[in-house]
Design a protein around this ligand. Sequence first.
Ligand code: ADP
Length: 487
Amino acid sequence: MRKILFASSEVHPLMKTGGLADVSASLPYALSQHGQDVRVFMPAYRQCLKKLENIERVAALKLDGYHESVDILEATLPGTDVVVWLLGSSHHFDRDGGPYSQPDGEDWEDNAARFALFCRAIVALSVNEAGLDWQPDVLHCNDWQTGLAPALLSDRAERPDTIFTIHNMAYQGLFGRDVFDSLDLPESLWSIDGLEFYGLMSFMKAGLIFSDHITTVSPSYAREICDIEYGYGLEGLLRQRAESGHLTGILNGIDYDEWNPATDTHIETHYSAKTPNRKKKNKRLLQQQSYLPISEDTLLIGLISRLVSQKGVDLSIAAVAQLLEEGQNIQLICLGSGEEQYEHSLRVLRARFPDKVALTIGYNETLSHQIEAGVDVFLMPSRFEPCGLNQMYSLRYGTLPIVRNTGGLADTVVDATEENRKAEIANGFCFTEASPEALILSLRRAIALFQHPRKWRKMMITAMTHDFSWENSATLYIDLYHHIKER
Ligand code: ADP
């Protein structure tokens, strides 16, 4: 058994902006089910404190760079017995809004100070200086918000092994030299072999340089980020670390309790790979709820996403618009929020085709489950996708994903070519070029195959029976923790 401190800036259901939160809840739970002593550590945002019962203040400590003392609060992750520690500092975290941005969408101005404080607290916990009488063997950091911790630990003799997991290279925590100065960090960290990145300070680079091992969330993405196209200027460093055996891709799993069509409390009709036809009832209800004409033979397309360029939302809108103009028998149900330009384009699409397009702008957990259970295909034409969870939720719900061949999408979706269908491994539709035309071709293939219910059902069953649980991936992480120790 190892003691693992798992540090993350978002953990479902306490705070979530994306897949990082899902992973930060389900991986620690899976590790604890495998007998590891894992403690999750995150900031005590206002929203978390509202959601947690039985919070106890277990320590107070003073951290460099901030004049007041901060608290360590303890609770358990809802629905589990996994201990979660939260960094309580009302000045930094007790506010309305998201973890990184204000209610109006602008980044918090003091993000560097907020997450530097978080990193300093991670360090204190890592070397058992927080008054908790618990010394981890492994510190598992996630994304830029935790990147300074391995750097600050690097010269501490009694430090744990450190792993840094990249969930998305697009967000790096870049700040100016003046911010570096304001954080009161060791001057030695300002170097090309440290945090400096083209005249800026990079939290992400700190994690990549100073951790003992780097992982990312799919094998394909681990290869892609070593290329200029996906590495955001850090590809050289990543290539070096990959060549010396310090970068691995481990595919995320999904929470099989939360995302299970046989037990999902958000959906009306439960079904499984043995009863795939029952899914139709959810489709009917979803069409009804969304004020779309009820029609079994219409290909119902789902889209749940942060509305940002990464997700290829513009490709989805252009492709669906083209097919609707042609009079194809399709409907679109979309749930998401994000950049104004995409929200606007989706509103325009709905206004043009009110009986074909349903749209909810916002974040809605229940509706996201109902969409996964009700639609026939799921659109995910991402320009890049470190792992992607929604396509795996779709597969589990017998909803065939239509994806671009990149990152975790390429590692989980097998294209419906005739050969793959014969071999009973096809579970969705893939295309390569990031263009509406390429997506339209895949959508046309889906529309055509949907006319053959038996072939379609076969693919649904292939999708639903593939194992995307955390079982395998948790074992790979445990092997890695072990391997680093030996090294
Ligand atoms: P990313 O982390 O890049 O946003 P992922 O596919 O890895 O993409 O994870 C996205 C997660 O956020 C999924 O759990 C998805 O269901 C959820 N999600 C995204 N947008 C919404 C929304 N508007 N309402 C509900 N859930 C959403």
